[in-house]
Design a protein around this ligand. Structure first.
Ligand SMILES: C[S@@+](CC[C@H](N)C(=O)[O-])C[C@H]1O[C@@H](n2cnc3c(N)ncnc32)[C@H](O)[C@@H]1O
Length: 227
């Protein structure tokens, strides 16, 4: 039985009770066309809204490790925002279920800080070639602080249901995504909420519906067309 964490603030689960890892692989990895999309890049940056338990990060880390060295980017940078950080002990409790992630979980916990302060960015060298920048605070306050530039190759939008957490799906987030995206950047998210799709569209993202995970019929993916 999977011990699925539930947020008190948002009355929502962190990942699918059915199989969170399979959901991550379907929605965020396949949804962003990984690993094919990172092949041939020297450096590749993923940016996530909502670090939570770190399940998405561990799945991306595992995928990168499994790729032949000549195909994967030399450096993988994973940036993630989190307003309500979990402790290392909580992350261990929630993710230990997946034996196939045991090694990656240990790698994360070995560098995960004991205390995480708001307004801070913790740059963690998780393994050689993979860096995690964990930014603690509200994404609406922290994302605008990232320096201008084509930084992000793909986006994992994972901030609880838009109906229960509209703040995570704001115009501030969408306009900063456009500001920080490389031309042709990908995004993927589990939601097909109309205001999210319109908000991304207004910022230059081409938005498509594809099959969702499990009982969710549809999800959204897309590409940033530089305006
Ligand atoms: C669905 S969970 C993320 C699941 C996560 N990706 C994982 O692998 O476990 C959404 C996360 O977004 C965080 N969050 C919600 N609102 C936020 C905000 N305004 N700014 C930053 N993080 C926020 C929550 O605390 C929660 O950890």
């Amino acid at each position: 039985m999977i011990d699925v964490p539930r947020s008190k603030q948002f009355n929502d689960v962190y990942f699918s009770p059915q199989d969170g890892l399979a959901e991550t692989r379907h929605v965020f990895l396949a949804g962003n066309e990984l690993p094919e999309f990172w092949r041939g890049s020297e450096n590749f940056t993923i940016c996530e809204t909502g670090f939570g338990t770190g399940l998405n990060f561990l799945a991306a880390l595992k995928l990168w490790k499994e790729e032949p060295q000549y195909e994967r980017p030399k450096e993988l940078h994973f940036i993630s925002f989190e307003k309500y950080p979990l402790s290392g002990a909580e992350i261990k409790q929630y993710l230990s279920h997946w034996q196939e992630l045991e090694e990656e979980l240990e790698e994360l916990l070995a560098v995960y800080p004991d205390a995480l302060d708001h307004g801070q960015c913790y740059v963690l060298d998780v393994i050689d070639g993979v860096r995690l920048s964990l930014i603690i605070g509200d994404v609406n306050e922290e994302m605008p602080k990232l320096e201008d530039g084509s930084l992000v190759d793909c986006w994992f939008l994972d901030g609880f249901k838009p109906s229960s957490n509209p703040d995570m799906w704001s115009e501030t987030v969408f306009s900063n995504m456009a500001r920080l995206s490389v031309a042709g950047a990908h995004f993927a998210t589990f939601t097909v909420a109309g205001f999210v799709r319109r908000g991304l569209g207004e910022q230059g993202f081409e938005v498509r519906k594809v099959s969702g995970f499990g009982r969710k019929r549809e999800m959204s993916v897309g590409t940033y067309n530089n305006m």
